[in-house]
Structure formats: structure tokens, C-alpha cells
Ligand binder design. Structure first.
Ligand code: SF4
Length: 211
């Protein structure tokens, strides 16, 4: 089974609880106003990757407690992600899934693949990013309408302490000198940071990877 992928990170501490792998899927049919990653909308961009290969990369990579699915829209590739999530859960890893749909719309739509992805998800973050409700005070989410659903007991201990968790930003410099960022942050602050450190000449590379 294949997945259309924008980016895969073997290890991050900025995309969910604890140490995680993270998979940005390519393609999103929702099209939120103010979406920070419109380059992840086209379904025919990105790279096609075999689910078995991804599973092996996670299991043979740095030690992580789980994987985060985001994008793009994970439920647009629900069958393949459910397969990947099931393999990783069998190995004891957790699954966190972001979606621009609401939990109610997912459970009401009668799509069996969507239900399979839900069934392997421990922590679901639902709802589209809404520009008018922009808010970065909670970890990992960008607007106040987005909700955390603890679908299993795996992260239930976080339910009453979400406000104490801080957003993180990770900056990586590739072997070719390309700078990439991930995590949740205010782009205006990041531009100030870039300017303060005299990195203006690579700003375009940074902006290309903001979300
Ligand atoms: S669901 Fe996410 S990726 Fe899709 S348009 Fe909305 S913010 Fe962008």
C-alpha cells in the first residue's frame, strides 16, 4: 500500500507528546483560509512511499514513543495511514492524528477507511485552522476551535495539563545548507529571529517550510 507524502521526520519533540516520528501527508481537499501549508494541498505533488518501508523506517530509526500524522489531510489517505498506524501500534507505539474535519463529521460520514484510521488513533486533533480564531496558547494547534480527543487512555494523563505544555520549534540545517523548521510558532516572531541572527539571505528557504 502506498502513501503520498510531503515530508517524514524520524525524530521530533515538536509535533505531539514526547519523542515522535512525524509524517506530513501530501494533499488536502479542505482549503482553509490562512492555511500555512498550501503547498501541501495538491494531491499529485510530494512523493509516493510504501507503507511497509515507512513502518520499517520508524521501527528501525531513533527510539520514539509514537508517530504523528498531519499534513495535508490525513483522512484523505485514511486507508494507508490506518495500515501504518496499526503496524506501529502493534509494536507498542502511539498514534496522534491531525485532521481538518471534525470528529462528528468523521463518525457520521460512514466511510469505513476513516473509521479504521480513527480506531488506530490515540490522540485526535480535529477541526480546520480558522484564521479569525488564531491562537498559539495551546500546544501543537493554531486556532481555538481545534479540539483534542483522547480516543484511548494512552495520553489521558495530559487532558488536564495541556495548558502547561509549551510549543516548540525545531530548526534543522541540511547537508546542502538548506534550513527547515517544524513545530508551531508565530511566523512574525520567526522573521524577527531570522533577521536578528543575520539569516535574511536564507529566509525564503525558511518560509518555504513554515507551518
Ligand atoms: S486542513 Fe490543514 S492542511 Fe488542509 S487547508 Fe486546513 S490548515 Fe491547511
Amino acid at each position: 500500500m502506498k502513501l503520498r507524502v510531503y515530508k517524514f521526520l524520524e525524530f521530533t519533540r515538536a509535533e505531539g507528546p514526547g519523542d515522535r516520528a512525524c509524517l506530513w501527508v501530501q494533499g488536502c481537499p479542505i482549503g482553509c483560509k490562512g492555511c500555512a501549508v498550501p503547498w501541501m494541498w495538491p494531491e499529485d505533488a510530494g512523493q509516493e512511499v510504501d507503507v511497509n518501508d515507512l513502518s520499517q523506517r520508524v521501527l528501525c530509526g531513533p527510539k520514539v514513543e509514537g508517530i504523528t500524522f498531519l499534513g495535508g489531510e490525513p483522512f484523505a489517505q485514511a486507508e494507508a495511514l490506518a495500515d501504518l498506524g496499526a503496524r506501529l501500534r502493534c509494536a507498542g507505539l502511539s498514534v496522534m492524528t491531525f485532521t481538518g474535519y471534525t470528529l462528528e463529521s468523521i463518525t457520521n460520514c460512514g466511510n469505513s477507511d476513516w473509521m479504521k484510521l480513527l480506531s488506530v488513533t490515540d490522540l485526535l486533533v480535529d477541526g480546520p485552522y480558522i484564521h479569525e480564531k488564531h491562537d498559539l496558547s495551546r500546544p501543537w494547534v493554531g486556532s481555538t476551535n481545534q479540539r483534542f480527543h483522547f480516543l484511548t487512555n494512552r495520553y489521558l494523563h495530559l487532558k488536564d495539563s495541556m495548558g502547561a505544555l509549551r510549543n516548540r520549534v525545531e530548526i534543522r540545517i541540511g547537508s546542502n545548507g538548506e534550513l527547515t523548521l517544524n513545530g508551531m510558532f508565530d511566523t512574525r516572531n520567526m522573521h524577527s529571529f531570522i533577521n536578528a541572527f543575520g539569516l535574511a539571505q536564507i529566509e525564503s528557504a525558511v518560509v518555504g517550510d513554515l507551518r
